[in-house]
Design a protein around this ligand. Structure first.
Ligand SMILES: NC(=O)c1ccc[n+]([C@@H]2O[C@H](COP(=O)([O-])OP(=O)(O)OC[C@H]3O[C@@H](n4cnc5c(N)ncnc54)[C@H](OP(=O)(O)O)[C@@H]3O)[C@@H](O)[C@H]2O)c1
Length: 300
C-alpha cells in the first residue's frame, strides 16, 4: 500500500505543512488519482488567508489535478487504472500525492498534453463555461465540436486571466464574437484566444472604447463576462452595459451585490462546479484538446 502525503493547512493564515494523509477509498462513482501536477488557484490562497468556504480544519486545498488513475469505483465505466487524466476535485484535496475525485469533471489527458498543461485546465474551464452557458449566464449555446454559427457578441473583461482566456475561447468556439478587455501587453494573447477586438483596460476611455468596439464588430450584444470582478471593474463594466442597453453579467466574485446595479443588468456569480459542464467533460474536452479546438492556456 503506497503512503499518501499532503500539504496540510492547519488553520487560517498558517503555512502549508507536509505530512502523512489518509489513502482515499473510492466510492462507486469516484476515482483515485496519483497526482503528477496540481495547479494553484486564487481560491487556494483565499482559503489560506481568509478561511473561505472552510468549516473544519485542518484542510487540504487544491482543486485542479492531473495524474494517473490508480483506483476506480465499482460504477465507473469511463476510466480505468493507468489512464492519464485531469480533474476538478470537487471536494478539494489536490495538494497531496493521491486525491479522491469523481468522474463528472474528469477527462482523459491526450498524449500530446503534459500533466502540467492539463492541471491548469479544470477550474478555469468550468467557470468560463458556466458563465457563458450555465443558469443565469450569458445564454450562449454550450460549446460543441461542430458549433452552429451565431450572431451573438459578448464582452469578456479580464481576457488574459485564466477564466477570461477560456471564456474567449469557448465563446468563439460556440460561434460568438468576443470583444476582450486586457492590458496592452496581453492584447495579442487575447487575439490568440480568438477575440475579435481587444481594448486596453488601463485606458482612461476604456468603457467608451469597448462600446465602440462592440458596435463596430456588429451582431447582437448578449452580455458581459467580468472575469476579474474586483471593485475597480464595477464602474466601467456597468457603464458599458448601460450604453449597450443592459444584459446578463457573469461574475467570478460576488462583488456586484455591494453596488446599485441598474434593473436591466442581471449579475450572476458563477459557481464553477455545475451539471452544465458534465457532458463536455465526457464528450468534448479530450477531442477538443487533441485537435487544438481548445488550447490549454495560459501556457506561461
Ligand atoms: N467563481 C468561480 O468559479 C471562479 C473560478 C476561478 C477563479 N475565480 C476567481 O476569478 C478571479 C480571477 O482568477 P484567475 O485564476 O482567472 O486569475 P488570473 O489568471 O490570476 O488573472 C490574472 C490576469 O488578470 C488580469 N487583470 C488583473 N486585473 C485586471 C483588471 N482590473 N482588468 C482586466 N484584467 C485584469 C492580469 O493582467 P495584467 O497583469 O496585465 O494586469 C492578468 O493577466 C479570482 O478572484 C478567482 O478567485 C472564480
Amino acid at each position: 500500500m503506497p503512503e499518501n502525503r499532503a500539504a496540510w493547512l492547519d488553520a487560517i493564515g498558517q503555512k502549508l505543512r507536509v505530512r502523512q494523509s489518509e489513502m482515499p477509498n473510492p466510492g462507486a462513482e469516484d476515482i483515485v488519482v496519483r497526482n503528477y501536477a496540481v495547479a494553484v488557484n486564487p481560491l487556494d490562497y483565499k482559503i489560506q488567508d481568509f478561511g473561505l468556504f472552510t468549516e473544519s480544519w485542518p484542510t487540504i486545498v487544491g482543486f485542479d489535478i492531473a495524474g494517473e488513475v490508480v483506483e476506480v469505483g465499482d460504477s465507473v465505466q469511463r476510466f480505468k487504472k493507468g489512464d492519464r487524466v485531469m480533474s476538478y476535485a470537487p471536494n478539494r484535496g489536490g495538494f497531496q500525492f493521491y486525491t479522491l475525485t469523481n468522474t463528472k469533471a474528469t477527462a482523459i489527458l491526450p498524449s500530446n498534453i503534459s500533466f502540467q498543461e492539463g492541471a491548469v485546465f479544470p477550474v478555469a474551464f468550468n467557470a468560463a463555461l458556466v458563465g457563458l452557458s450555465g443558469d443565469g449566464g450569458l445564454g450562449l449555446p454550450v460549446t460543441s465540436l461542430e458549433p452552429e454559427p451565431s450572431d451573438k457578441t459578448i464582452v469578456v473583461w479580464g481576457g488574459s486571466s485564466s477564466v477570461g482566456s477560456f471564456a474567449i475561447q469557448l465563446a468563439a468556439a460556440a460561434g460568438a464574437k468576443v470583444v476582450a478587455v486586457a492590458s496592452k501587453h496581453n492584447l495579442d494573447y487575447c487575439k490568440q484566444c480568438r477575440a475579435v477586438e481587444v481594448c486596453d483596460y488601463k485606458s482612461s476611455t476604456v468603457a467608451d472604447d469597448v462600446v465602440s468596439a462592440v458596435k463596430a464588430v456588429g451582431g447582437t450584444f448578449t452580455g458581459l463576462f467580468d472575469a476579474i470582478s474586483t471593485p475597480d471593474t464595477v464602474k466601467p463594466v456597468l457603464a458599458i452595459l448601460e450604453a449597450l442597453g443592459g444584459g446578463p453579467l457573469s461574475t467570478v466574485l460576488p462583488v456586484y451585490q455591494e453596488y446599485d446595479v441598474p434593473s436591466n443588468v442581471k449579475p450572476n456569480f458563477v459557481h464553477g462546479y455545475s451539471p452544465v459542464t458534465f457532458p463536455l467533460w465526457e464528450d468534448y474536452v479530450t477531442p477538443a484538446l487533441q485537435n487544438g479546438k481548445v488550447k490549454r492556456l495560459p501556457e506561461r
